[in-house]
Design a protein around this ligand. Structure first.
Ligand SMILES: Cc1ncc(COP(=O)(O)O)c(C=O)c1O
Length: 485
């Protein structure tokens, strides 16, 4: 078994309320050198019952121990499919913390923030070059907000043409945020069945004059490239619709193909997947959106312009869908992505894509035979297995829990929904062959255990801090507040 987290000093921790000792204090104020006054009662907060009383060292140890519970890509392999938990080189963090970037107030006037505006402009140009779109906004703070911006632009474009279209076609292999976004924008979502990849015929059958757009995730959530994408775009365009691409998986295509060249009209990026900036915990992200020339007037404001005397944030754009957030962008994430782009260079980005695809296919080849592989095609950056071949009532959840005993964070499970009992593995380019081999060895051993000793799977995890939780009870009756016992 891997050494990570499986034995040794696993620090346990009570709630901070349970650590409290009446009268203990965590601060020591200097003697008062002014007359003391009793503040007005109205200004005083009511006593909080059970408020924890701890010393400084109690508090430091409490939070330090809790921090060791936090599994991250810096602790080990994190093969969450669709989430792209790749290593974020520390140089990106160093650059983002440079005082000129980190301390720049977002309301600083343009003429005093030229460096930051130049970085944004150059990043914008680089993303346009990588993706093949002529124009782009850096404004959205997440992939899903990028989708929202993109669909609002599609809506605004149709409105400007006098079109009243109300449907959006979405294949069953799309990321879950796609239908949610279309619905949020007021569209009727029309699902299209695919056979792993979307056929031109399936789109033709659903396409009519009420369809505003097709929203497609490419590579899709099965980790497969959509080979008919050009013909599909032509078909949708010929019927007056537009094509939105969820480009959050662009790291499978860098330096190899440009969605803008395939006929896509709008695409968002997930900088916090593709360009190594951290992803997770709902933390800050950035979801820039690239658009074709026809949609450029609808970009959200402010738009960054390069003019003779420098860079400027422009808001006077009559057709714009408006402003999506306070200030111009999630700037710190842009700095990290830009640092990543510069340090990798065009060849480095292409190499990262090749390695991400190689790693996923290596895992596919090693695990095929031990786990059911519903789609036999070569995958791109991620690969999906299922529990269909597991015997003795062993299921995906059991495999995931047993992986914890082997010291590995499980992959994404039960997603995508088109595969029943899915195990969705995305190794990313940052893992070595040794790491991938240890992970595959663990999964192969678990498949063997499913045959010979299934109780090991049903009882797992036994080496983790907590045993298997009652997730239904936790979801139905969550205990969100501490109560004195
Ligand atoms: C394919 C795909 N689309 C959209 C999203 C949504 O991005 P975000 O979580 O930044 O809103 C994700 C998130 O990982 C994704 O993987």
């Amino acid at each position: 078994m891997s050494a990570i987290g499986s034995k040794g000093l696993i620090l346990n921790e009570k709630l901070i309320f349970e650590r409290s000792t009446a009268g203990r204090c965590g601060y020591d104020l200097p003697q008062l050198d002014v007359p003391s006054v009793e503040p007005d009662e109205k200004l005083l907060r009511d006593e909080i019952e059970g408020f924890p009383e701890l010393s400084e060292v109690d508090v430091v140890r409490h939070y330090t121990r809790l921090s060791t519970w936090n599994y991250g890509v810096d602790s080990g392999f994190y093969p969450l499919g669709s989430c792209t938990m790749k290593y974020n080189p520390k140089i990106n963090e160093v650059v983002a913390r440079l005082p000129g970037f980190a301390h720049l107030h977002p309301a600083t006037p343009d003429h005093l923030s030229q460096g930051a505006l130049q970085l944004m402009y150059d990043l914008q140009q680089a993303l346009c070059e990588i993706s093949g779109f002529p124009a782009l906004t850096l404004q959205p703070s997440a992939g899903a907000q990028g989708e929202f911006a993109g669909m609002l632009m599609i809506h605004a474009w149709h409105q400007a043409q006098g079109n009243k279209r109300h449907k959006v076609l979405i294949p069953d292999t799309a990321h879950g945020t796609n239908p949610a976004t279309a619905a949020l924008c007021g569209y009727d979502v029309v699902p299209i069945a695919s056979d792993g990849v979307l056929s031109v015929e399936a789109v033709a059958a659903a396409m009519d004059d009420s369809v505003a757009a097709l929203m497609i995730t490419n590579p899709n959530t099965l980790g497969l490239f959509e080979p008919n994408i050009r013909e599909i775009c032509e078909l949708v365009h010929s019927r007056g619709g537009l094509v939105y691409c969820d480009g959050a998986n662009l790291h499978a295509l860098l330096g190899i193909c440009r969605p803008g060249d395939l006929g896509i009209d709008v695409m968002h990026f997930n900088l916090h997947k593709t360009f190594a900036t951290p992803h997770g915990g709902g933390g800050p992200g950035a979801g820039p959106v690239g658009v074709c020339a026809a949609l450029e007037p609808f970009l959200p404001v402010p738009v960054i312009m390069k003019e003779e005397d420098g860079y400027r944030l422009v808001t006077d754009r009559p057709l714009s869908i408006g402003q999506l957030r306070t200030y111009a962008s999630q700037f710190g994430i842009l700095v990290r992505a830009y640092a990543y782009l510069l340090s990798m260079g065009p060849q480095g980005l292409k190499r990262a894509t090749e390695l991400a695809v190689l790693n996923a296919n290596y895992i596919r080849a090693r695990l095929e035979g031990s786990y059911h592989l519903p789609y036999k095609q070569r995958s791109l950056h991620e690969v999906i297995f299922s529990d269909a071949d597991l015997p003795n009532d062993c299921h995906t959840l059991d495999v995931a829990k047993r992986l914890l005993d082997y010291g590995f964070h499980p992959p994404t499970i039960y997603f995508p929904l088109v595969v029943q009992g899915a195990l969705m593995i995305e190794p990313t380019e940052t893992e070595s062959k040794q790491e991938l081999d240890e992970f595959c060895d663990a999964l192969i051993a678990i498949a063997e255990e499913a045959k010979s000793s299934p109780h090991l799977l049903h009882e797992a995890p036994v080496n983790a801090r907590t045993r298997r939780l009652d997730e239904t009870l936790a979801a139905r009756k969550p205990r969100l507040r501490w109560e004195k016992g």
